[in-house]
Write a protein that binds this ligand. Sequence first.
Ligand code: BES
Ligand code: ZN
Ligand code: ZN
Length: 493
Amino acid sequence: MKFTVTEEKIENLKADCEIIIVVNKDLDHKWIKDKDDLRTLKFEGTLDECAFLPHQHRVYTGVDSLERDEIRIAVSNAMKKISNCEYERVKIASYIKDCPVTNTKAIVEGIKLGTYTFDRYKSEKKSLSIKEVIISLEDYAQKTLNLEPAKIAVKQAEIIAEATNHAKEIVNTPPDDMTPVLLAQYAKDLADDLEDVTCFVGDENFLEEQKMGAFLAVSRASVHKPRLIHLKYRPKNARKKIVFVGKGLTYDSGGLSLKPSMHMVTMKADKSGAATVISILEGAARLKLPFEIDAIVGACENMIGANAYKPDDVLVAKNGKTIEVRNTDAEGRLVLADCLCYATEQKPDFLFDYATLTGACVVAVGEYTTGVMGHSSDLKHSYLSAANKSGELASTLPFNRYLKKLLKSQIADISNISSSRYGGAITAALFLDNFVEEEYKDKWLHLDIAGPAYVEKEWGYNQAGASGAGVRMALYWLLELTYKKSKHHKKDV
Ligand code: BES
Ligand code: ZN
Ligand code: ZN
């Protein structure tokens, strides 16, 4: 799908169909031509209302305000209404709020995210007839003739939405078609496609050499061998180094602490952290951001078998710390422990890990929200602000000294589960904290995406299944960091 921006008035543009955004019941706006029909249909013009007038080839879609995520939802709703029609060219006028490009960006993101489908395993595939979306910036053009910022915004939005959709694709792929080895192959192919990106893949021998005893233990009972995937984006004149670590459990059966069958379905999504960090790197490289970026993935399967690791085992992580295993279903933190040690060796300026780590996080904040944890209030705050702009929901969960004590083990340095059933998302993060060296503590955030990464019903512009959680918030955060220094060029992303 091609996106074109133009200063031409919406009424002069040739298209097969028009999408019209109605803001907070304002049916008198100049772009609205079918006021009477809309009244008959009892269309008022609020969020989640959508009216398609097929004879006029116009679809009206409501928002309560021009807040960008409402725009994304509204355009996605409109696209759903017309997705079965034979339209090829669609036009839409962009409102201008304080910043001329944010709403234009939201339109592109809403359309691209909202029209994603996962039909690889369907015999009958639907293809979208829409080939081009023309966005009129007539209101913007009244103020300035320079369309360049809007064109850049559209390009950025396309990259961000595509990277998110690629993350969905990885997560939605069934476990036997996305084993650790196949995920590593995906990363290698991606590196071949991108400029300034290389990919290193470490096998079991590499994990042995690295003394990654925790990661190896989790992987042991699967016929699919583990892989450490390390993508590196190295542009010229990079300003900072940012490392992203992802939990890549291509399947989590729970291991010997086996999950009940109801909880095992959807555990193909336990590789979401991996999908997120790989796709963040893809987006950053395509946006040509001025940072060195690493995506490090611990990819393996948590299975049962005669050689499975067991509750009561004591593992030795890469940094030498000993871990008493009390539940083999708390495996993500074991894989991440070794990967975080490896990640700090890369000497990052910022370190983020993404993981579908705990059901407790979903209980705490609900299934649509990412739990954000870490020591630095500033870093948490800046990430939350970027998440908000990107349209992702995120909420902080605070550490405290009493929860930390619950991880004590009688026979090892630390236990892999808390002794209490409460505060599980935070105690999991506090477990990870043991594997982040002192000098990196304030540079690190842990993002628990167990809820939003995979939801089995559609929400907003997200389809049922994977949502690519975490990709957009990171790319918005990176874009903000890109523009932060240039005071004269204070730009909204
Ligand atoms: N992958 C799961 C967490 C999860 C749960 C992700 C639901 C998505 C949806 C993780 O490995 C796990 O099983 N965690 C346990 C930890 C417990 C044993 C301390 C959990 O959350 O129950
Ligand atoms: Zn588990
Ligand atoms: Zn898991």
